[in-house]
Design a protein around this ligand. Structure first.
Ligand code: 5GP
Ligand code: ZN
Length: 124
């Protein structure tokens, strides 16, 4: 499986950097974000190194689909059973910080803030 020796999430996938894992199979690892922004904040990653959604191809469809299909189950298992948000930040504009594709699963008992603040409008 293709990995990047310098990538922090590849190291987490290999177990070289500790993480609070909540799920693992042959292609996916899910773990708690080190700096959570809500009571539930998981990161789901493919074990294969893919930097961003610009680099994903048809070869990644199965693992990406499995990550999305797992999100609800893992959110519920962590206590987010009344909704959650999935986010995939991409590149500079998306403010992606770790260059290994990951899905944030963010939730908790209370509703989250607006996804993106809209300029000049009040909560539409
Ligand atoms: P991004 O901005 O790239 O979408 O999000 C990267 C996320 O990875 C951030 O929420 C950050 O807190 C998390 N993160 C960065 N380094 C580590 C780490 O070493 N362990 C864990 N568990 N999360 C990390
Ligand atoms: Zn990686």
């Amino acid at each position: 499986m293709q990995q990047d020796p310098n990538c922090i999430f590849c190291k987490i996938a290999r177990g070289e950097i500790p993480s609070r894992k909540v799920y693992e199979d042959d292609g996916i690892v899910a773990f708690h974000d080190i700096s959570p922004i809500a009571p539930v904040h998981l990161l789901l990653i493919p074990k294969v190194h893919v930097a961003t959604l610009y680099e994903t191809t048809a070869a990644h469809e199965a693992v990406l689909g499995r990550m999305m299909a797992l999100a609800g189950r893992l959110a519920r298992e962590q206590g987010a059973n009344d909704g959650f948000r999935t986010i995939v930040n991409t590149g500079r504009v998306g403010r992606q910080e770790v260059m290994h594709v990951h899905v944030h699963v963010i939730g908790g008992p209370d509703p989250l803030g607006p996804m993106i603040a809209r300029k000049g409008s009040q909560g539409d």
